[in-house]
Ligand binder design. Sequence first.
Ligand code: ADP
Ligand code: MG
Length: 742
Amino acid sequence: MSTDTLTRNGSAPTASPSYGSGSQRQSAVASATSRPAVPPIEFLDTHPEDVFGENVFGKAQMKKRLPKSVFKSLVQTIEAGEKIDSTVADIVASAMKDWAVEKGATHYTHVFYPLTGGTAEKHDSFMAPTSDGGTIAQFSGKELIQGEPDGSSFPSGGIRQTHQARGYTIWDATSPAYILENPNGTTLCIPTAFVSWTGEALDKKTPVLRSMQALDAQAHRITSLFAAGGSDSKAFVASTAGPEQEYFLVDKAFFYARPDLLSTGRTLFGAASPKGQEFDDHYFGAIPERVLAFMNEAERELFRLGVPVKTRHNEVAPGQYEIAPIFETANVATDHQQLIMLVLKKVAKKYGMECLTHEKPFAGLNGSGKHVNWSLGSSEHGNLLDPGDTPHENAQFLVFCAAVIRAVYKHQGLLRAVVASAGNDHRLGANEAPPAIISIFLGDQLQDVFEQIKGGGASSSLPKGSLEVGVDTLPPLAKAAGDRNRTSPFAFTGNRFEFRAVGSNFSIAGPLVAMNTIIAESLDYCATKLEEATGGDSANLHGAVQNLLTEIINECGAIIFNGDGYSDDWHQEAAQRGLLNLRTTADALPQLITPEVKELFGKYSVLSEREIESRYETYCEQYCMTVNVEANLTKKIARTMIFPAAVRYQSELAATCANLMALGYEFDTETLDRVTQLVKALQDAIGELAAATKDGCEDVRHCCDAVLPAMEQVRSCADELEGLVADDLWPLPTYQEMLFVK
Ligand code: ADP
Ligand code: MG
């Protein structure tokens, strides 16, 4: 198949597609079905392992290109979180530039992560003019360390209006620089933090770094209590994250024939396909050839960028897939997660597909999440959430585990708020994804251990010493502590917690900041209690731990739930337990600005009050903008695509009816009657939606309570019409076409 054929048959309408007729849809179907399974691309003859990190200025390159002392100092910053020595910047910059230029880079960019959740970059050339009229490639330490990208149009929630508008990007040496190749140029990308003139964080990265610092400090107090001699001075603790990313793939001809997918990332209309996901025949099934080819290339690309992607499989819904990397420290994992989304989207296009990361692209089918696996890694003791197999370590593990339980219980509202978005509302609380109620799943084994602790503590009820936490007979916990629970929003999975409520389109920064900070607070609480109780004498430690665990489990145990999170019973029981059930973004976002949350973030210097307010404002605004765009598009598609198709069909039926009657035949008007009713209902519903959006939607509650239901009403008329109107007149590619053409 030549590239020519591909273009003629396969490429999507590019300029301005003329929406609104059945023939538009038919040509999309023709394009999609005639597209070659694997388009002619340059043959990839390298093995993934051979290219890992090829495009990263990582440790290997640094070691090769930097003086020993500079290398050592950088590694200390990257690995031990030590203060960066900015005097080395010139040397690093020059080495980085040489490396990048050798790889064909002509430009560099400070990559930053604004509050939109996306990735932003502004490119500058390495080239500078010389006095003799030539040019020279230049890149100074100052240019490495600091940029001023303006970027004042990014949402700042008021921070930048009230002070000066300046925004700075600051080199984050802890996340490796990398090279992005595009067909016509190669760019050195330098991950940065983005802050305002006042030093306030304008981005998602800065708070991640701050929260990691807070977590390190508090976790260190706990490991010190358990360390011989009461000091654990060398160890540092980092949060680790491994995000599983779910996504859908659709042929790009369908994507471009659906203005809703194009502009909002989800289908605002579409009747259920006669066959959906009921057979589970897609889940973990054989990966279609075109998709596999895409995955191979995307993974290779990510490997070159040093992103350690590892697993891939079909997900539950047709057309749905998942990719997961091996976990890394939270800050690097966050940047890499952004790269994963970027690369998936870029490579999908090459294969004539679009990668949808919206949380709910298709009604009635599973939505997409991003399960953020989270743990604490100590430089000395490894994974602190690993139950381990010696009682002594179990005691330390149980303290960390109890701290997590306490944190999730105390800050359920915050955890719910950091996964709130217009898109994720369609998923959380729907009968499929984790419910909007935050609870913890521990697995049978761990649950049992905590129940024993709760049931009266060590001394009395159990055989001798068996519950003296940390001594003798507490059973060494097996690594896989029991079963899995796919319905829990926050599940212990053997040696980590998995926060499953995160939406597929999210930056994982927000959820990580929340987890790191609430657990830092909880560890602070535990450390203080234990320090007081032991009075510096480690002989008292085990008794103190026992008391602490009992207290925590009694106070916070209501958050533990091992049952089916999808069931109605759980909703009732959760209410009885006093757990929050914040169903929508409108309910959840205010949790960001409660006095407790402000105090929490302030206490650990993660976010100031103004920074929190700015985030609240930004997320409210984003929610309203999203609903606004969806509402406008709903009106437009309903008026200009669906209504015309419906009245065309109505008029065909009416003409047939009139003709037959004129000839003396009878005509059963059942379909005509229903179409006529629905056309009327559609118009009424559009009118109501127009009324609900008349003054724009700037109020979160109004969007949630008035606009979304009005959109739903329009959709329900349209979707019923889809089941009646002649197929050749229907303008939008159907669910069946989009989901099953692979
Ligand atoms: P499953 O779908 O069964 O949950 P996956 O293999 O798809 O499992 O994903 C598990 C994720 O958890 C991977 O990204 C993995 O690297 C990550 N993970 C494993 N251990 C840790 C840890 N200690 N900290 C953070 N993430 C971890
Ligand atoms: Mg998982």
